[in-house]
Design a protein around this ligand. Structure first.
Ligand code: NDP
Ligand code: GUE
Length: 293
């Protein structure tokens, strides 16, 4: 079993970006700037957004964090988005999900200028990704592609099974793995809540990517010997032995599955840190006007 070290890979990518930022500064150029909108006080969301701001500081990006109580109106949010769309200092921004129920998430995402949509969630970027045009790729699937690439894992002709079909992970992941560029060229199966006999499908996987949010869903008897296993799940479960009172658990029963795999991502320290690194990559691309010119 080989560990896919997301923390180390993320640090490598961030070092590469930091070197580019230093070169931009040297030439007297504008440093990339990422803004994040955070609504409410959900512990996970606060942690992820703080991690994004810390990564910006580390690599020399400018950053701003805009926070609202969960009573914020849709109109207030849309006004702020319009402001960020027109702010030349801001190269890219994200609206942390999930949003409170009284806010229409689709409407909020569609209000973001696709040129600044560094999460890659706007339908314009989704469509461009599907069509194989230059686009901001959603950070988590893009991070998984980077892991496969940097560990030189063969994907061509392999059977990739994706469990979960959300707009932010499962669906874009399945599309990207089927693309005709490396790391892609895989035959893809996508599973979800209504899949009949999930183990039958997961057992076929040469590459198994799980993004569900159910700790321990994937047990050793569901994994083929020698498979590559990518665990996207990050669920906080109570743990009295920790100061925080919780620990993070993936969707894969790591202890028992690891010994069967050729490669596996840990949680934490797997896909999560890559998500941050790819958001930084997208922000750099936005600042360099690489995607839309
Ligand atoms: N590490 C990282 O960077 C990131 C981690 N995450 C984590 O990944 C997990 C998934 O996130 P996200 O995609 O946003 O979650 P969603 O809740 O949006 O989607 C979960 C998906 O899993 C499917 N599902 C639920 N139960 C089952 C089941 N028993 N068998 C098969 N499929 C099932 C759902 O099916 P259906 O469509 O039928 O409802 C749905 O498609 C979460 O733990 C989240 O915290 C998410 C983003 C980034
Ligand atoms: N607009 C938007 N964009 C997102 O990209 C987005 C989102 N909303 N909503 C929630 C999900 C989740 N997500 C994670 C990011 C980093 C880690 C991460 O860094 N995880 C660390 C641990 C962090 C910790 O200590 O809790 C790890 O797995 O090692 C996890 C999950 C991004 N998401």
């Amino acid at each position: 079993m080989n560990l896919l070290d997301g923390k180390k890979t993320s640090e490598t990518i961030q070092d590469e970006i930091a070197a580019e930022v230093a070169a931009i500064k040297e030439k007297g150029g504008k440093v990339p700037h990422l803004a994040a909108i955070l609504v409410g006080n959900d512990g996970g969301s606060v942690t992820y957004v703080n991690n994004k701001v810390l990564a910006c500081e580390r690599i020399g990006f400018g950053s701003s964090l805009i926070r609202y109580e969960d009573t914020v109106t849709e109109e207030e949010l849309l006004t702020k988005i319009n402001e960020l769309n027109n702010d030349n200092e801001v190269d890219g921004f994200i609206v942390q999900l999930p949003l409170p129920k009284h806010i229409n998430t689709e409407k909020v995402i569609e209000a973001i200028n696709p040129k600044k949509d560094v999460d890659g969630f706007h339908p314009t970027n989704v469509g461009r990704m599907v069509a194989g045009l230059p686009a901001y790729l959603p950070a988590t699937p893009a991070g998984i592609l980077q892991l496969l690439k940097r560990y030189e894992i063969e994907t061509k002709g392999k059977h990739c099974v994706v469990v979960g079909r959300s707009n932010i992970v499962g669906t874009p992941m399945s599309i990207l793995m089927s693309k005709c560029t490396y790391p892609g060229e895989a035959t893809v199966t996508i599973c979800h809540r209504n899949t009949v006999n999930l183990p039958f499908h997961t057992l076929q996987a040469d590459i198994l990517i799980v993004a569900v949010g159910k700790p321990g869903l994937i047990t050793a008897d569901m994994v083929k010997e020698g498979a590559v296993v990518i665990d996207v799940g990050t669920t906080r479960v109570p743990d009295a032995t920790r100061k925080s009172g919780f620990r993070l658990r993936g969707d894969v029963d790591f202890e028992n599955v690891a010994e069967k795999c050729s490669y596996i991502t840990p949680v934490p320290g797997g896909v999560g840190p890559l998500t941050i690194a790819m958001l930084m990559t997208n922000t750099l691309r936005a600042a360099k006007k690489e995607v839309y010119g």
